[in-house]
Design a binder for this molecule. Structure first.
Ligand code: PLP
Length: 394
């Protein structure tokens, strides 16, 4: 286990567990320490030309350099945003407005930050939208992508690096190569992989990518957009000249400082975190399989080299327990995300599981882990679940 805000306490058997780190992660105390001076003494407006302002401006520019360095970009290619959603919107709207794109391609498995943005552009007549086919485990059909691109010039392609619900990793290297062959604009949502995998934009052929600090132990409400040098930009938010006239509004200074620190920590300890968290995931898989009959895993989430090591999407057998699954876990102090494939009434369910054709009769839970989780918490969470679904033979 890695040090946590309360890790000085002696290790007692857990009575609660947080396994919703794909939704958001706890702030790293070291990140908070880096942010605090910018909430207290360094309060100047970075656009002010006096000393108070200049000090804060320098901190923003240092953060930009740090992030650029960590993804092998140049500082001018980094724009600070309010998070992943804004970056996704920027890439899509920017491509339509500045790059003359008339056709867009995505997949039904994308996050709503991409899907709803492109659907809004389609609804308003800006683009014609096509979806790449995928199989029942969520693997994208890249031959179909190739065919779609061959049929449509001047296309915007948005395909994520890793799926936030089922954890599937997409081969963004190959997708970038296909897009480049057809001179398409390629955006990839790297919200779930930033800080968890090495990202080197010199190895990729993407025009845009996005990061969001709260997914790697940074603060909420801050992220960044990478826009490859030479790709034209028009602002989504109009006003002052901040962020080189691309994103108006006084900068979220302590957020930006925290974002850079969080990414720095994540990248410097990445291999250790990956090994540790993959161990937790393997333990989840082994224990769930041992304790519960007919357990399965949605997408490729149980396949080590094809899924995020932080995400495990569990498919539970048909049972009357499924209705109250999340509620029951919650009252037993286990925080997770759900999302059955059910799409009736007010329960709109998970669009990802629905697209995969998952059986609506089965329960679904996403366990998502971080460096702060422990094996004892895994055991605790499995025990709470097993109480509901224990094997008849056990
Ligand atoms: N894209 C993906 C894949 C995500 O998982 C999320 C958040 O869950 C977002 C975009 C939105 O990011 P933010 O919360 O920073 O707006």
């Amino acid at each position: 286990m890695f040090s946590t805000p309360d890790s000085s306490a002696p290790a007692a058997a857990p009575t609660a567990a947080y396994f919703d780190n794909a939704a958001t992660t706890p702030l790293d105390p070291e990140v908070l320490e880096t942010m605090l001076p910018f909430m207290r003494e360094h309060f100047g407006n970075p656009s002010s030309i006096h000393g108070h302002g200049r000090k804060v401006r320098a901190a923003i520019e240092n953060a930009r350099k740090t992030i650029a360095h960590l993804i092998n970009a140049s500082p001018a290619e980094i724009t600070f945003t309010s998070g992943g959603t804004e970056g996704d919107n920027y890439a899509a709207f920017g491509s339509v407005r500045q790059l003359g794109v008339q056709h867009a391609i995505t997949s039904p498995l994308e996050h709503h930050a991409v899907l709803h943005t492109l659907q809004a552009l389609e609804k308003n007549g800006y683009v014609q939208l096509s979806y790449v086919r995928h199989d029942e485990r969520g693997r994208l059909d890249l031959e179909h992508l190739d065919q779609l691109l061959a049929a449509q010039p001047r296309t915007f392609v948005s395909l994520m690096h890793a799926n936030n619900e089922i954890g599937n990793l997409n081969d963004i290297q190959t997708i970038g190569d296909i897009c480049a062959r057809h001179e398409a604009v390629f955006h990839t949502d790297t919200v779930q992989t930033m800080g968890h995998y090495r990202i080197d934009v010199q190895q990729l052929k993407n025009h845009f990518l996005v990061g969001s600090a709260h997914k790697f132990h940074g603060p909420k409400g801050v992220g960044f957009l990478y826009r490859r040098s030479g790709v034209q930009a028009s602002p989504l938010i109009h006003g002052g000249a901040q962020e080189r006239n691309v994103r108006a509004g006084t900068e979220n200074v302590y957020g930006i400082v925290g974002l850079a620190k969080a990414l720095e920590i994540a990248c410097s300890q990445m291999a250790d975190h990956q090994r540790y968290i993959q161990g937790l995931k393997d333990r989840f898989i082994a224990r769930l399989t041992a304790e519960i009959d007919d357990v399965d895993f949605n997408g490729h989430s149980a396949v080590t080299d094809q899924s995020l090591y932080t995400v495990l999407n569990v498919s539970l057998p048909p049972s009357e327990m499924n209705e109250m699954l999340l509620f029951n876990l919650d009252i037993n102090h286990v925080s997770v995300s759900g999302g059955s494939a059910c799409s009736s009434g007010a329960n709109t369910g998970s669009h990802v599981l629905t697209a995969l054709g998952c059986d609506p009769g089965r329960g679904a839970i996403r366990f998502s882990m971080s460096k702060y989780n422990t094996e004892a918490e895994v055991d605790f969470a499995v025990e709470q679940l097993a109480k509901m679904y224990r094997k008849v033979s056990a």
